[in-house]
Design a binder for this molecule. Structure first.
Ligand code: ADP
Ligand code: MG
Length: 384
């Protein structure tokens, strides 16, 4: 039986697997910060050819030995962004196709993974001057809807929630924790979650920043967002396109996820995961690792029920969905260990296959035109 170590030693080539049936995995390296430079950190990561990532320098001899043993110095991803990449570039590569899919009635998810400070929130939310994937996706979505259908023929609904310490909270209207339940049509939903009807991307920007302010802060560091909080933005689009005698109604869902910092929960083997569970480590993130392991190994049972986060992400990981994962890393020698872990984790996620996704589409005939359509169908039948 092959071990995890064996797997790491193999250089994987995923070239023959059709894109779309597997998770697309991207890596984004942030610039070295001023503070890092001042404390003498150097860069230990190199991004080449827009897809290769090399760990080049080592913070210590131990790091070097560990890495040599794992042979994991070179990684290949669907795309890799260096420290000069911009938000639009990241959006275009990792999420634009999924937004198009949502308009065809499919589901899509993008999630950011990585240690605290690696650039997840910057990538997902960004700033007012430099908006990230969440805002750019909504901009793109509204532009396309306006081009393709009439005013009033579409509706965009948003919800923004947090999973913190196994409780689910509404970031758009904070209050008591929400209960998850299974809905026969929509899958797992958070009961009572605010569904905000949005009309433009600009208006959404401030809403999201406000929502982000509502994310739980660690009691000891009240001004910082907790590194243990997962934020999920869900955008549901319903729209109809007119044909001669009927409407084609489509529903698509886009989930954009800013995960908690992975530093205390990075474990890729099941034994470590179990030993960490007792230590009050982020249960949702560990459960996510377990699900990913089970998916990678092609297990029949995937333990989605083990945490709130995995229940909410069930559709995104195992269901009919297009999924992108962005692994955020720091280039600093001071973060060498975290970066190495994140890269191994991301490398493994490349193997996850998702089920092919059918479009969620329905034909609707307007009341006034029903008789006419019936007539048309009868005529067609007669002609056959
Ligand atoms: P995380 O959410 O992973 O904890 P942040 O997104 O908050 O990390 O990023 C940490 C810091 O680094 C922030 O000050 C952020 O503005 C900065 N940063 C992150 N990514 C980039 C980038 N690609 N370009 C410039 N600054 C970045
Ligand atoms: Mg963050």
């Amino acid at each position: 039986k092959r071990t995890y170590r064996d797997e790491l030693d193999t250089v994987r080539e995923d070239g023959d697997v059709p894109a779309g049936s597997r998770i697309m995995v991207y890596v984004r390296m942030r610039p070295l910060s001023k503070a890092e430079k001042e404390s003498g950190a150097r860069s230990c990561v190199r991004v080449v050819n827009k897809k290769d990532v090399y760990l080049t320098e080592f913070a210590s001899e131990t790091d070097y030995l560990r890495l040599k043993r794992l042979k994991g110095r070179h990684f290949v991803f669907d795309a890799a962004f260096n420290d000069s990449s911009n938000q639009q570039e990241v959006y275009n590569t990792s999420a634009a196709e999924l937004v198009e899919g949502v308009l065809q009635g499919r589901n899509g998810s993008v999630f950011c993974y990585g240690a605290t400070g690696a650039g997840k929130t910057h990538t997902m939310l960004g700033t007012t001057q430099n908006p990230g994937v969440m805002v750019l996706a909504l901009k793109d979505l509204f532009n396309k809807l306006r081009q393709r259908c009439r005013e009033g023929d579409y509706v965009v609904r948003l919800s923004y929630l947090e999973v913190y310490n196994e409780s689910v909270r509404d970031l758009l209207s904070p209050g008591r924790p929400l209960v998850l339940r299974e809905d026969s049509k929509q899958g797992i939903i958070a009961a009572g979650l605010t569904q905000y009807t949005a009309y433009s991307a600009d208006e959404v920007m401030s809403l999201l920043h406000q929502g982000n302010q509502n994310r739980t802060t660690e009691p000891t560091r009240v001004n910082e967002t907790s590194s243990r909080s997962h934020a999920i933005l869900q955008v549901v689009v319903e729209y109809k396109v007119r044909n001669d005698s009927h409407y084609v109604c489509r529903t698509g869902k886009l989930s954009l996820i800013d995960l908690a910092g992975s530093e205390r929960a990075l474990a890729t083997d099941q034994r470590t995961i179990r030993s960490l569970e007792g230590a009050n480590i982020n249960r949702s993130l560990l459960a996510l690792s377990s699900c990913i392991n089970a998916l990678v190994e092609g297990k029949r049972h995937i333990p989605f029920r083990n945490s709130k986060l995995t229940q909410l992400l069930k559709d995104s990981l195992g269901g009919a969905c297009q999924t992108s994962m962005i692994a955020n890393i720091s280039p600093s020698t001071l973060s060498f260990g975290e970066t190495q872990n994140t890269l191994h984790w991301a490398d493994r996620a490349k193997q996850i296959r998702t089920k092919g996704c059918d479009a969620n589409e329905e034909i609707q005939i307007p009341e006034s035109e029903k008789d006419q359509a019936k007539l048309l169908l009868e005529v067609q039948k007669e002609n056959q």
